[in-house]
Write a protein that binds this ligand. Structure first.
Ligand code: CAA
Length: 379
């Protein structure tokens, strides 16, 4: 066993850290306040290769491993989680899903653009009445000659307005249960596709989250991913990797909040010395650092298993549930270390606390992760 990162990993980590600190940090508070989409940040993520990190070079990607992705996600999530969720969805749910399960024509047509950031993608699984219980899809895709006709509404879609393509999960035959679900590539400008208003959210406020509606949307059979009936498994397999991305986002929130709290505790004095010299604060920092380290190891283990062709459903769920709960706990404690200053926007840490909450909800709630883990343990 080797806990050391390679030279290449360290370079990627450094590049992501410099990008986040130098290019994303300026303006992040204003973007969050205004719910302004990080147009320049997303463009730069594309140019720097962060939107298609694991895509093979044949399709214009970085050909990197999942460990590199975890490291980059952590650094970017220390600063701007609206950018990191856009990055995570594009990398793990859209590019990975398409590269792993799409056919050559589908990859040739879309993957290069997605990997370079020329186009970003969205993953449309959640519905108004099908969130955690994902087999209960109401969206239908009915076969009609050489195409399917899609009708339905998808909720909470990251990249909803900005996406060039949607991966849409829909029922093609309700009688077959989850085996009657398929996934389709739908181009955003297809007639019948509309989007709702941008959601006014607690955290990740700049990211583009909205409903996407499909009304008699005609999609060629060639746009179905995989064999007929593969859609639910496609979603589950893709989400297992997505959960490593969100776990890394949570890890970044926790380590970002910890860095802010540590720096502040060394500067701020109370009762004649820096507050870091008071055991009440020093022990908080010790607990925060310990939990962050545990979260990091879980993320890296899940990434290692994915990179080595080992099963990773359980480890990605463990990483996500632990890292997201750590993000919530550590960011709340980091606000506490800052006292009143932690409660104002200027100090960044309150934003990280707000951003932390969503990591316990999207790509499977903490409760769903515990279902995945317990089923895997007890099977
Ligand atoms: N890999 C492959 N197949 C899988 C699988 C996996 N990881 N998990 C389940 N399956 C298969 C099962 O084997 C089963 O197939 P068979 O009957 O052929 O054996 C089939 O899928 C159904 O599985 P279950 O019976 O376990 O299904 P279930 O109804 O009990 O649900 C669940 C399982 C894990 C709870 C699932 O519904 C789930 O993950 N729900 C959460 C959904 C979710 O994460 N949504 C997030 C939305 S996306 C998002 O947030 C993106 C964004 O924009 C940020």
């Amino acid at each position: 066993m080797n806990f050391q990162l390679t030279e290449e990993h360290l370079m990627i980590q450094k590049a992501a850290r410099e990008f986040a600190q130098n290019e994303l940090k300026p303006g992040v508070i204003e973007r969050d306040n205004a719910m302004a989409y990080p147009t320049e940040g997303v463009k730069r993520m594309g140019e720097l290769g962060f939107l298609g990190m694991m895509v093979s070079p044949e399709y214009g990607g970085g050909g990197m491993d999942t460990i590199s992705y975890v490291l980059a996600m952590e650094e970017i999530s220390k600063v701007d989680n609206s950018c990191s969720v856009i990055m995570s969805v594009n990398n793990s749910l859209v590019c990975w899903g398409l590269e792993t399960f799409g056919n050559k024509e589908q990859k040739d047509k879309y993957l290069k653009k997605l990997a370079s950031g020329e186009m970003i993608g969205a993953f449309c699984l959640s519905e108004p009445e099908a969130g955690s219980d994902a087999t209960q899809q109401r969206t239908t895709a009915i076969l009609d000659g050489d195409h399917y006709v899609i009708n339905g509404t998808k909720n909470w879609i990251t990249n909803g307005k900005m996406a060039g393509i949607y991966l849409v999960i829909a029922h093609t035959d309700r009688d077959k249960g989850h085996r009657g679900i398929n996934c389709f590539i739908v181009e955003a400008d297809t007639p019948g596709v509309t989007t709702g208003v941008k959601e006014d959210k607690l955290g990740i406020r700049s990211s583009d989250t909205c409903s996407v509606m499909f009304s008699d949307v005609k999609v060629p059979i060639a746009n179905r991913i995989g064999e007929d009936g593969f859609g639910f498994k496609f979603a589950m397999k893709t989400l297992s990797g997505g959960r490593i991305g969100i776990a890394s986002q949570a890890l970044g929130i926790a380590s970002g909040a910890f860095e802010l709290a540590t720096a502040y505790s060394k500067e701020r004095e109370a009762f004649g010395r820096p507050i870091s010299h008071h055991q009440a604060i020093a022990f908080k920092l010790a607990d925060m650092a310990t939990e962050i380290e545990a979260a990091r190891l879980l993320c890296l283990k899940a990434a290692y298993e994915k990179d080595h062709g080992l099963p990773y459903d359980q480890s990605s769920a463990m990483a996500k549930v632990f890292a997201s709960e750590t993000a919530m706990k550590v960011s709340t404690e980091a606000v506490q270390v800052h006292g009143g200053y932690g409660f104002v926007k200027e100090y960044h840490v309150e934003r990280l606390m707000r951003d932390a909450k969503i990591t316990q909800i999207y790509e499977g709630t903490s409760e769903i992760q515990r279902i995945v883990i317990s089923r895997s343990l007890l099977k």
